[in-house]
Design a protein around this ligand. Sequence first.
Ligand SMILES: Cc1cc2nc3c(=O)[nH]c(=O)nc-3n(C[C@H](O)[C@H](O)[C@H](O)COP(=O)(O)O)c2cc1C
Length: 312
Amino acid sequence: MKIALAPLQGFTDLVFRRAFAKYIGGIDQFYTPFLVLQSGDELRTSHRREVEPNVEENLVPQFIGNSLKEFIFFRDYLIDLGYKKMNWNLGCPFPMLVKKKKGSGLLPYPDLIEEVLAEGLDDRIELSVKMRVGYDSSDELGAVLSVLNKFKIAEIIVHPRLGKQLYKGEVDLKAFQQAMTLSKHPITYNGDINSLEDFQRCLEQFPDLESIMIGRGLLRDVFLAKKIKGEDIPSSQERQDLLEKIHGEIYDSYDSYLSGDTQILSKLKPIWEYFASNFNNERKVYKAIKKAGSIKKYNAAVAFAFQQGAKD
Ligand SMILES: Cc1cc2nc3c(=O)[nH]c(=O)nc-3n(C[C@H](O)[C@H](O)[C@H](O)COP(=O)(O)O)c2cc1C
């Protein structure tokens, strides 16, 4: 089974991905959180930092947009940097982007998707798509997939919720089955795999799956990909050491280019919404981190987390 780490804006940035690859492993492919072209035809420094430092073979840069101009910008920018793969975000549910027909907001407009692909695809870089099963209704799925079927697309990652659901409600496994039936491209499953049992259920239901993508589940249990692959899981003390190393590397990296407690804490604290689940007494751990108003208090909360020990 091929396992990808899902892009999570604000969580799986370059710093996190590198620390994860270095200390944990088990991931075959990483994705950047979506890159976006600003109105002045520029990329933000923080977005450039995601892809420019050096090209990693198992990194797929993701972009969001709805025009041929944006598609060509990212295509040529990424080809020039030396990337061989890129991913188009047709799944983001943020209302501000949806209103502009971006992310899942583009799913009700398959003609627009077709216009972009007809002119934008280029053999020098492989395209994959990450999508939901519709914005308003899974009735949109068939039309989108029949457009995608006309083009050369390496992989379609399907998160079987509707855009309008955001992250609420159940995943729609019937719609996912429909995607597998209708698509001529390989389909990757993404959504709510938080444990080995979740993965096993998913595989029972879709025995032909060759590839999955996991986001929050891998932040909650950083060893989940290794468990799924049947790899050896380190002892409790070793796991704790690895968690400490990941955290230390992320901390040092933010500390090196951000200035002031507020900026550093604004990057570090949100990670614990999921990361706290790697520890015993996760609720107490998360509460302590959330309350920390200074670096000193944050460090004390982190020490408290490590005193609880790594969860089994
Ligand atoms: C905070 C947050 C940020 C996200 N950012 C992105 C993003 O930049 N690009 C993207 O394609 N999906 C993004 N997603 C969606 C995830 O990649 C994934 O599809 C979703 O979380 C379902 O998978 P999971 O249940 O394994 O987490 C985001 C999700 C969350 C919760």
